[in-house]
Design a binder for this molecule. Structure first.
Ligand SMILES: Cc1cc2nc3c(=O)[nH]c(=O)nc-3n(C[C@H](O)[C@H](O)[C@H](O)COP(=O)(O)OP(=O)(O)OC[C@H]3O[C@@H](n4cnc5c(N)ncnc54)[C@H](O)[C@@H]3O)c2cc1C
Length: 511
């Protein structure tokens, strides 16, 4: 066993959260090494994400990534079967041909309210969630509870009407909330699509209003940074390198070494040992537990981890096109939008039905963007890329994935897109489908899940990823979670990484 180096902290996984955690610690003067098992850094942000919805401004500022949050956000166009597509830009809604939309005022009012609520909730996203079971045992606990108390005060400041509304809707379903305010159609469909994105839910599932608020946490703008998500991943990598982090890609951690219930190193695939006082892991919580040795965890913690809900249900389809597609009635500029195929709230709920039984989708919700129209740097030879996130695809369909099932998903999605983009099928050169199972195999995300762990009411805030294992600390001295499975959850936000690093510093493990 050869000891190759010693660091204050080793970070397992060089996804954007691992890189954020590492940069945050290195900026505080700690020696940090990131071990990434893939050949490149960036994790899912690089491999599957296609838009920036939620990068937290604090992370952007602290890591010098402010430019990623600049520039004009993309509009969203919710495609309608009758061609009356709905264009959403910030709080404004109109038909894509410029005509007024009858539900524009109801939409603006609803978004105003949800953003206000999201702002109150958002205060908790930059903090370790309070421990509600330990009483006032320490100053740290008091600090955590103070965050909750401040949220309570801010809730009161909303006024009685809004506070009651917040408490009424927070754990309810998006379907009822939306259809209370407007008739069903592409606008309601768009809201419901955003409320279910990434999770194993339909808009009628409880907690989907919370998910919608999570989306609006940073205002809800959707961005496509120059150079695409590869450039975003590279920006996180550069920030870590600039902060002095040692970055090692190409082989994974196989074991977290423990002595006297405290971390003292990691072992890599080739047997190399790196000594360290703390390990922050952005790998899956269960995998982290296994790397550390299940015998170090109590039976209940291990049981909860085994039952953590993380059934991925979003697939990624990348179509290389011989030429740019068009949509009748939309200008060249509008073709640069984020497109949603979610023709109604009812259609979004129907999209969820097959995946409940591990069946293939028949009319899934689709979010698509053609990045090559906005960014000449990512277009080559006049070809274009259409990137689609397909909601409600099973991780493992009955009988497993085979060529016929993959072909079915590709054909279904291309046919749905073709109804709006005539001639699309003939433009497709090479379709590349990543099922949730492929995503799991490629990135290690448990179940290929968007958030590494379902964002359900039983797995958020003080119980994320599971009850008793929130707060980033992971049972063993010096071992922490820092990936999307930790609070506040997934998307390219950088928050789990940042929060976990700050918690480690607060705990005094390195002093
Ligand atoms: C289909 C799909 C599309 C998505 N699209 C978007 C989008 O457009 N916008 C958005 O904001 N979010 C999107 N997401 C979600 C988002 O990409 C993730 O929530 C986020 O990137 C998770 O980041 P992370 O750093 O926590 O984890 P990851 O990115 O999963 O990083 C974890 C890293 O750890 C490495 N690793 C694992 N085990 C080991 C080990 N033993 N040793 C060393 N390294 C290890 C992995 O290789 C990986 O690089 C999408 C998700 C899916 C599934």
């Amino acid at each position: 066993m050869s000891v190759s180096a010693t660091y204050d902290v080793v970070v397992i996984g060089g996804g954007h959260n691992g890189l954020t955690a590492a940069a945050t610690l290195a900026k505080k003067g700690k020696s940090v090494c990131v071990i990434e098992k893939a050949e490149a850094f960036g994790g899912m942000a690089r491999e599957v994400a296609h838009l920036l919805y939620n990068l937290h401004p604090k992370v952007a500022r602290e890591l010098g990534l402010g430019a990623l949050n600049e520039g004009k956000p993309l509009s969203t166009i919710s495609l309608a079967e009758d061609g009356n597509h709905v264009e959403i830009s910030g709080d404004t809604v109109r038909f894509a041909d410029g005509a007024a939309h009858p539900d524009a005022a109801a939409y603006a009012e609803m978004i105003r309210r949800l953003k206000k609520f999201a702002g109150v909730l958002g205060q908790l996203s930059t903090k370790t969630p309070p421990k509600l079971d330990g009483g006032l045992t320490s100053l740290a606990t008091l600090g955590e509870l103070a965050g909750l108390a401040k949220m309570g005060l801010d809730l009161k400041r909303l006024g009685k009407k809004d506070m009651n509304e917040f408490l009424r809707v927070i754990l309810t379903n998006a379907y009822d909330l939306v259809l209370d305010e407007m008739p069903d159609g592409p606008l309601a469909g768009a809201l419901c699509a955003d409320a279910v994105r990434g999770n194993f839910v339909g808009p009628r599932s409880p907690g989907t209003v919370f998910n919608l608020m999570y989306r609006l946490g940073q205002g809800g703008d959707v961005r496509l940074p120059k150079g695409g998500m590869i450039a975003v991943a590279r920006a996180f990598e550069d920030a870590a390198r600039k902060a002095g982090v040692d970055l090692r890609a190409g082989q994974g951690v196989t074991r977290v070494l423990i002595e006297n219930d405290t971390v003292n190193g990691v072992e890599l695939e080739d047997g190399t040992v790196i000594n360290t006082r703390a390990v922050l892991s952005s790998a899956a919580p269960k995998a982290t537990m296994e790397m550390a040795g299940i015998e170090h965890f109590d039976v209940e913690a291990a049981r909860r981890m085994r039952h953590m809900r993380c059934k991925g249900s979003v697939a990624k389809l990348t179509l290389t096109l011989k030429d740019a597609p068009s949509i009748k009635g939309l200008s060249w500029d509008q073709m640069k939008s984020r497109f949603l195929i979610a023709p109604s709230a009812a259609a979004v709920e129907r999209s969820f039905n097959p995946v409940k039984y591990n069946e293939l989708p028949t009319a899934p919700v689709i979010e698509a963007v053609i990045p090559t129209l906005s960014d000449v740097e990512v277009a080559s030879d006049g070809r274009h890329i259409l990137s689609a996130n397909i909601q409600h695809v099973p991780h493992t369909p009955e009988g497993g994935w085979d060529d016929a099932k993959r072909r079915h998903v590709i054909n279904t999605v291309v046919a749905q897109l073709e109804t709006h983009m005539p001639g699309l099928a003939a433009l497709v050169e090479s379709p590349d489908l990543l099922t949730p199972a492929d995503i799991e195999a490629r990135t290690g995300a448990p179940g290929g899940h968007w958030h590494h762990a379902e964002m359900g009411v039983d797995q958020i805030l003080t119980v994320r990823p599971v009850n008793g294992m929130a707060h980033y600390r992971f049972a063993i001295g010096g071992l922490y979670l820092c990936g999307a499975a930790a609070h506040p959850g997934g998307d390219v936000t950088g928050l789990p990484g940042r929060n976990s690093a700050l918690q480690l510093l607060k705990d005094g493990v390195l002093s």
